[in-house]
Design a protein around this ligand. Structure first.
Ligand code: ADP
Length: 402
C-alpha cells in the first residue's frame, strides 16, 4: 500500500506521491530534484542542492615503507540541509573521508567539491570559514572562557567585541546553556555534555553552512549522549545546516541521519536513507552491522513530530495532544492510556503553545505496521505473508484503545 502525503525535510514541506508510509518517517531525498510538482507546499519552493560532492576519492597513506589505502574510490553527495552519517567499524576510513572535506587531509586522487567548487581551487582559510568542525570533548581551549571559545571564529573574522559577545550569548541560549550562568565559566567548570554543547555552539558561531562532527558525543555517558543526540536533532530542525557526522554507533546513525553512508575497508558498502538500509540492506555485512533488532530500533528513534502533517484540523476540547518529542513506542503507550481517542487522530505539540501538527490513527498504525513488517520481513524473508504487511493487521485498536 502506498500513500500520498507530506514529508518534512528540515523545515521544508514536500508533497510526495505513491510513498510507502515507512518512507514518510524519514525524509526521502531524491538524488536529483525530479520536478516542481514535488515541491508545492510550505515555505515556497525549496530545492535540494548538492552541498558536498565526492567523486572517486582515494586516500593512500605512505609512512615508513607501509602503504595504507585508507579510502578507496569513494563517491557520494550530501545535499544542502541534510545530515549525513558516516559509519563503519574502526579503521574503515570515516575520519579520513571527513578530514579530506576541510583539507585537514589532502585526497590522493579524485575530486571533492563544496557548493559546486573543487576544494583544491579554494584557499584553505576560505574553505574552513565555510565549515564548522566539532570533535570529541568539544576541543575547547581550557584557558578561554566559554564565551571566548564560542567567539574564536567571529574574532578571527574581525567582528567587534560587542557583536562577538552578542553572538556567543545567542548561541549559548540556542544550545540550552543559560549565558548568564555559563558564558564566563571555563571549560573545566562544565560537565562533559555541557562542553560538547559549547563545541557545537562554537561550530555554529560564524554561521558556516557546513558542519563536520567527528564522534562528537563519543566521550560522554550514555544518558547524556542520548540527550545530546535528541537535542542535536531538534537544533538541526531550526538551523538547517549541512552536517556530516562520523560515528560507529548504529543507534546514533539511525537517530540522526537523513542519509547513512556505511563504510568498510575504505569503501562504501551502502549509501541510503535509514529506511533504505533497514528495508533493503545491500549485503550481509550491512545486515550484520545493523544488527537483528533494527526495525524496532528504527521505531524507537522515530518521533511523532516526523509524522505530523501541518494542516491541523480545529481541535475539539477533548482532543488528544501528544508531544512531538515522543518516539513511536512511547506515543503508542500514551495513546493506549488515554481516555480521549474518540477522534480520527491526535494533535501534536512542540511544547510552544497550540498544537501545530496532526496525525491520524490510521497513519500511525500504518507506520507501526511497516515497522513490524520490516521486522518480520527480515526475520523470515522467504516465508513472508503479504497479509502481514498490509494495514489490516495493525488497526489502530491493535495499538490504541477501544
Ligand atoms: P575510522 O575513522 O573509520 O576509524 P580512519 O579514517 O581513521 O578510520 O583510518 C582509516 C585507515 O587509515 C586506518 O587503517 C588507519 O590506520 C589509517 N590511517 C589513518 N590516519 C593515518 C595516518 N595519518 N597515517 C597512516 N595511516 C593512517
Amino acid at each position: 500500500m502506498t500513500y500520498n502525503g507530506i514529508l518534512q525535510l528540515n523545515g521544508c514541506l514536500f508533497w510526495k506521491r505513491d510513498c510507502h508510509a515507512f518512507s514518510l518517517l524519514r525524509p526521502t531525498i531524491p538524488s536529483r530534484h525530479p520536478n516542481n510538482e514535488d515541491v508545492v507546499m510550505g515555505k515556497g519552493v525549496c530545492l535540494l542542492l548538492p552541498m558536498i560532492t565526492l567523486e572517486n576519492v582515494t586516500k593512500i597513506y605512505r609512512a615508513d615503507g607501509h602503504t595504507t589505502n585508507a579510502v578507496e574510490n569513494v563517491s557520494f553527495t550530501v545535499n544542502e540541509g541534510e545530515l549525513a552519517v558516516l559509519i563503519g567499524p574502526s579503521g574503515s576510513g570515516k575520519t579520513t573521508t571527513m578530514r579530506m572535506m576541510n583539507r585537514l587531509e589532502e585526497a590522493t586522487s579524485g575530486v571533492i567539491s563544496v557548493n559546486g567548487r573543487n576544494i583544491r581551487s579554494m584557499n584553505v582559510v576560505e574553505l574552513r570559514r565555510n565549515i564548522g568542525y566539532v570533535i570529541q570533548q568539544g576541543g575547547l581551549f581550557p584557558h578561554f572562557t566559554v564565551a571566548e571559545n564560542v567567539s574564536i571564529v567571529p574574532r578571527l573574522l574581525g567582528w567587534n567585541k560587542k557583536r562577538q559577545r552578542q553572538r556567543a550569548e545567542e548561541l549559548l541560549a540556542l544550545v540550552d546553556l543559560d549565558p548568564s550562568v555559563f558564558a564566563d565559566r571555563f571549560p573545566r567548570q562544565l560537565s562533559g555534555g555541557q562542553q560538547q554543547r559549547v563545541g557545537v555552539a562554537r561550530a555554529l558561531a560564524a554561521d558556516a553552512p557546513i558542519i563536520l562532527m567527528d564522534e562528537p558525543f563519543g566521550a560522554v555517558d550514555p544518558i547524556t549522549r542520548n540527550q545530546l543526540q535528541r537535542w542535536l536533532r531538534q537544533i538541526q530542525r531550526d538551523v538547517r545546516k549541512t552536517i556530516v557526522f562520523v560515528t560507529h554507533d548504529i543507534n546514533e546513525a539511525f537517530l540522526l541521519g537523513d542519509r547513512i553512508i556505511l563504510m568498510k575497508d575504505g569503501q562504501i558498502q551502502q549509501n541510503g536513507t535509514p529506511a533504505d538500509l533497514l528495508r533493503h540492506p545491500a549485503s550481509d555485512f550491512v545486515k550484520e552491522f545493523i544488527g537483528d533488532e533494527f526495525a524496532l530500533q528504527a521505531l524507537e528513534h522515530t518521533y511523532i513530530a516526523e509524522l505530523a502533517t501541518t494542516e491541523v484540523p480545529a481541535m475539539p476540547d477533548d482532543g488528544l495532544v501528544i508531544s512531538g518529542d515522543l518516539s513511536i513506542p512511547e506515543a503508542s503507550r500514551e495513546i493506549t492510556q488515554s481516555e480521549s481517542t474518540g477522534h480520527e487522530g491526535f494533535w501534536v505539540s512542540n511544547g510552544n503553545g497550540e498544537p501545530d501538527g496532526y496525525v491520524t490513527y490510521e497513519e500511525f498504525a500504518s507506520v507501526i505496521s511497516e515497522g513490524i513488517a520490516s521486522d518480520v520481513e527480515n526475520e523470515n524473508r522467504d516465508e513472508i505473508n503479504p497479509e502481514l504487511i498490509g494495514k489490516e493487521n495493525a488497526k489502530p485498536d491493535a495499538i490504541s484503545p477501544r
